[in-house]
Design a protein around this ligand. Structure first.
Ligand SMILES: Cc1cc2nc3c(=O)[nH]c(=O)nc-3n(C[C@H](O)[C@H](O)[C@H](O)COP(=O)(O)O)c2cc1C
Ligand code: SF4
Length: 514
């Protein structure tokens, strides 16, 4: 065997990178290095979020980490021959990826460690600033923790943008024998993947955030409601939860604090509506995912009838940053009432898709062109949909809109979970309006009439409009009226927000309906 020092090579185990061949690259690298008697340690890290460069392999050299990408398994022998393990030149060599404009211009707070650390190694997490927030929270009174989160201006990143501190205060103020932290990891919105990237690339951040939430409100049990489509995240979480428990960061008397908190993972069954918080609670209790009537709010009567904090993965994974660096530092990022940073997810027909974490306020133009580089097809951009399947379509004339809650709301849209999907000029917006209604019909829980029946009637109406192109003015008016009924009469956001994509398509792309 060689007397060379062992070289660490990072090959992402992130589901997106795996779908692009990262597992095959890791196997081939291990096999070739064994054959050549080259000692390597392969770490399956998260993705840095530059998906067009995945699988992105990084080699640790005395001069720092050197990246290569996109690497295929077939490239591995030539890369090794060229001196991959020394960071040598090669056509695929990208150098220090942190100096890449795409990453250098970002303001990564929540996703700061994703792609950098070994997601299964708690010592690596601690070495990169992990558990500073929890250690600080352990010295604080619960009310002080809640105040820090309130002062930071953090609003829920799951879609509704509700102030997290107010939600926590409500649960904190309840007298109850048991309280819960329920993490919403259903991530059903089209074009979104920040929850997945965090859970796969930095699972301890979510665990730490949930633990701090438990200390703040007096909850001793947490649940992560994970969508079934995320098996890689399930494995990363299972590993991290086991290690955290073993090392005293979870369980009874955590960190010798005389405080208890533990977390269990529950896997959903693939229904979009189970991302709505009350449906999620029904599903967690073992029932069919159906929306509950509010009040009572989950913060007062939630899981198993007890006060429950329901927060999104990104929201909870941001809490350690606030406790570690201070509420004021976090609040200093952002625009207006949208404080802090937001992990934007750029997808669809775009040249350079991936994760862009920036302070609120980046414009759609900057995201789509400066980061995205325009469409993958090379054709002009015609529309973007922001905020998942219930979000509005924006035309290029409105791409000066800053990506923050109030600005998007003023333009008839929403930021939602901050997914941005790009379409080129071949898109037929009447068909996209139909798709929104069809999606609603398929995913409706069926509890209220405007959504259950309205979505199906809406599909029929759009079909008639498409069939009669040019003679459907009365049907267009009827569709608008139906949108009114759904927006005002639906029990939850699925029926209530489906009019957003439909109306924005009608407003900005009327020619597709004529
Ligand atoms: C139809 C529908 C689907 C939703 N899906 C999700 C989801 O997948 N993940 C999520 O975090 N929030 C989702 N939400 C929002 C949740 O109801 C809730 O507001 C959120 O989990 C609260 O966490 P936050 O305050 O941290 O955002 C959805 C809402 C609706 C109406
Ligand atoms: S709007 Fe749709 S999904 Fe929501 S409660 Fe009504 S039927 Fe169920």
């Amino acid at each position: 065997m060689s007397t060379r020092a062992t070289v660490t090579v990072f090959v992402p185990g992130d589901a997106g990178a795996v779908s692009l061949g990262a597992d095959a690259v890791a196997s081939e690298l291990a096999r070739e290095c064994r054959r050549r008697e080259l000692p390597v340690r392969i770490v399956r890290n998260g993705s840095r979020g530059l998906y067009w460069l995945e699988p992105l392999v990084e080699v640790v050299t005395p001069a720092g980490r050197v990246a290569y990408g996109p690497v295929t398994a077939a490239d591995v022998p030539a890369l090794l021959a060229a001196g991959l393990l020394e960071g040598a030149p090669h056509a695929l060599r990208l150098g220090d990826i942190e100096q890449h404009d795409w990453l250098r211009s970002q303001q990564r707070l929540t996703a700061a460690r994703v792609g950098i650390v070994d997601p299964s190694d708690i010592d690596d997490y601690v070495a990169h600033g992990g558990y500073v927030g929890l250690n600080s929270a352990l010295t604080m009174q619960p009310q002080e923790i809640v105040r820090a989160v309130t002062d930071s201006g953090l609003r829920g990143r799951g879609g509704a943008a509700f102030p997290t501190g107010i939600k926590w205060q409500t649960v904190h103020d309840q007298q109850a024998p048991q309280k819960y932290i329920a993490c919403n990891a259903d991530e059903g919105d089209s074009g979104t993947f920040s929850d997945r990237m965090l859970m796969e690339g930095d699972p301890f951040a979510l665990i730490e955030g949930m633990t701090i939430a438990g200390l703040a409100v007096g909850a001793t049990q947490g649940y992560i409601y994970l969508r079934v489509e995320y098996p890689h995240a399930a494995r990363a979480l299972a590993r991290a939860l086991h290690v955290a428990r073993e090392r005293g960061y979870l369980g009874c008397n955590l960190r010798n604090s005389a405080r208890d908190f533990d977390i269990a993972v529950r896997v959903g069954a693939g229904a979009y509506i189970c991302g709505e918080e009350t449906s999620m609670l029904e599903s967690l209790e073992g029932r069919r995912g159906e929306v509950r009537v509010r009040p009572p709010l989950p913060a007062i009567k939630g899981l198993f009838g007890q006060p429950t904090v329901v927060n999104n993965v990104v929201t909870l994974a941001t809490v350690p940053v606030i406790l570690a660096r201070g509420a004021a530092i976090y609040r200093d990022f952002g625009l207006g009432k949208s404080r802090g940073t937001v992990p934007l997810q750029l997808a669809g027909n775009v040249k350079q898709g991936g994760l862009v974490e920036r302070a609120f306020g980046l414009t759609v133009n900057q995201l789509v062109y400066d980061y995205g580089g325009g469409t993958a097809s090379g054709r002009p951009v015609r529309a973007v949909q922001i905020g998942g399947p219930l979000g509005a379509y924006l035309p290029p004339a409105e791409f000066d809109t800053p990506l923050e809650y109030e600005a998007l709301s003023a333009r008839g849209g929403l930021l939602g979970h901050a997914g941005v999907v790009v379409f080129d000029d071949t898109v037929d917006m009447a068909r996209m309006a139909r798709f929104a209604l069809e999606f609603c019909a398929l995913e409706s829980c069926g509890k209220c009439t405007p959504c259950r029946v309205g979505s199906t009637r809406g599909v029929e109406l759009v079909d008639r409009i498409i069939a009669k192109r040019g003679h459907g003015a009365a049907d267009v008016a009827l569709l608008d009226e139906l949108c009114d009924t759904m927006a005002n009469g639906s029990l939850c956001g699925l029926g209530g927000l489906t009019p957003f994509p439909v109306r924005s398509a009608l407003k900005h792309f009327a020619e597709d309906f004529r």
